[in-house]
Design a protein around this ligand. Structure first.
Ligand code: HEC
Length: 407
């Protein structure tokens, strides 16, 4: 309360004579920084660019931000800070400003023009774009509201190269629930039964044993940016697989088409190679009515490595995610912690300080789920046992973990 009072009387006496925060001067910059990546004209919810709209929603903003409902949960920064974390989490000071603004009747104040800085949400250039060869209209048959479609893409690179940054280019955000870029070890099997895999083919949502992961995207995700001198190898004349997970979200988008892709930044040489490891348990059942089920997995580590980034991935029932290292000496080190989960905000945390992972260490991963009737995202009435699987209403538990050898 003290903070609110300080803010209310201590800030911004602007020319219009309005004491306290105003839309243009104080609120808009916060909305642009933390909310506009979802709340924009093409986004997944109401744009706050129109001052009258923002004004009308001021008390909802206050309530949603005070309760922690908005912005949707992201990895906490007290575990390990990451690039642009200020865009994914709302500081107490900003929360107080939004609240004081609503309490003051949401004044607009003097007009200040604002250009939203999207540089951390969008790579400034691509060296290579990989697109599905043609648009695809997913088919959702009966109760099956998921459709997985894969496209084989020839990269046509004449020398070995390294991916230093990447970002999914999602065409139709209403039906795309994830995109994964795989590097298959051999493609002959894809031509079975007369299939031309470049034209698109039905595939498993969990990929295949001989496919390694280059990159992955889910709603709300941002670009993956590797540190200077680090890259993921892309062999000469690489062939990659773009995997699309389409989901019928029941909002009338089920006859729409999509043609998505991936944008890459490349280097001709790097000092260290990185790999994107799809870590996580792939065989578990969440019992019906269990309000706090944990799926866990750990890996014994045997070399000197660093963890650069993590993209956590669960479906609708998720309520928390942890990845941590138990060092050889028995001490635990936090890599990523989320004390809440929202399917619509799957953020890649590109860490400011990598986590050291050495010989004798264990890398742990834990996903938590609420499969009770009380979970607002529960889809089964009454709740049913939920297995690992490909559907949005099945579950997954992955920490796509970017690992490199230690410098
Ligand atoms: C990762 C995406 C995302 C971010 C970031 C985000 N929101 Fe939202 N927001 C949503 C979605 C999706 C909805 C619609 C679902 C709902 O209303 O429950 C929504 C709904 C809202 C609504 C209700 C809108 C309406 O038209 O009724 C308000 C108000 C809101 N958000 C405020 C905020 C504020 C303030 C921030 C930033 C501090 C923020 N949101 C950040 C995704 C986001």
């Amino acid at each position: 309360m003290l903070l609110l009072e300080l803010l209310a009387c201590g800030t911004n006496q602007d020319d219009s004579g309005t004491a306290g925060p105003t839309y243009y001067k104080d609120v808009r910059p916060i909305l642009d920084q933390t909310c506009a990546r979802c709340h924009n004209d093409n986004g997944i919810s109401t744009s706050f660019d129109d001052p009258a709209v923002a004004q009308g929603l001021a008390s909802t903003m206050q309530a949603y931000t005070q309760s922690g409902y908005m912005p949707p949960p992201a990895p906490t920064t007290d575990c390990r800070d990451y690039q642009a974390s200020e865009r994914y989490t709302l500081s107490d000071a900003d929360k107080a400003t939004l609240s004081a603004w609503a309490d003051a009747g949401a004044p607009l104040g003097d007009v200040v023009s604002s250009d939203r800085d999207t540089s951390l949400e969008q790579l400034d250039h691509y060296d290579l774009e990989l697109w599905a060869s043609q648009p695809y209209t997913p088919t959702f048959t009966g109760a099956d509201v998921n459709d997985y479609r894969c496209f084989l893409i020839d990269v046509n690179n004449t020398t070995e190269q390294w991916i230093t940054a990447m970002q999914a280019e999602v065409d139709n955000t209403r039906i795309v629930h994830h995109v994964v870029l795989f590097l298959p070890d051999g493609v002959d099997d894809l031509y079975a039964n007369g299939v031309e895999p470049h034209d698109g083919f039905a595939c498993s949502g969990l990929g295949q044993g001989n496919w390694s992961t280059l990159g992955a995207w889910g709603p709300g995700d941002n670009p993956t940016v590797l540190p200077d001198g680090v890259g993921i190898p892309l062999p000469t004349n690489a062939q990659v697989i773009l995997q699309m997970h389409y989901f019928d979200s029941f909002d009338g988008a089920d006859h729409e088409q999509d043609q998505s892709g991936y944008g890459l930044q490349l280097a001709d040489s790097v000092e260290r190679e990185a790999a994107n490891v799809a870590a996580g348990p792939t065989n578990f059942t969440i019992p019906a009515d269990d309000p706090d089920y944990s799926a866990k997995k750990f890996y014994n580590w045997d070399n000197d490595s660093e963890i650069l980034a993590v993209w956590p991935h669960m479906h609708l029932l998720g309520i928390g995610f942890d990845e941590w290292i138990t060092h050889e000496d028995g001490t635990d080190e936090c890599v990523m912690h989320m004390d809440a989960w929202d399917f619509h905000n799957q953020v890649t945390a590109n860490f400011l300080t990598p986590a050291d992972l050495g010989p004798g260490d264990k890398l742990h991963l834990e996903c938590r789920y609420d499969n009770s009737a009380e979970n607002p995202n529960q889809v089964n009435d009454p709740p049913q046992d939920v297995d690992v699987g490909e559907g949005t209403t099945d579950e997954m538990c992955f920490g796509f973990t970017m690992i490199t050898s230690k410098q």
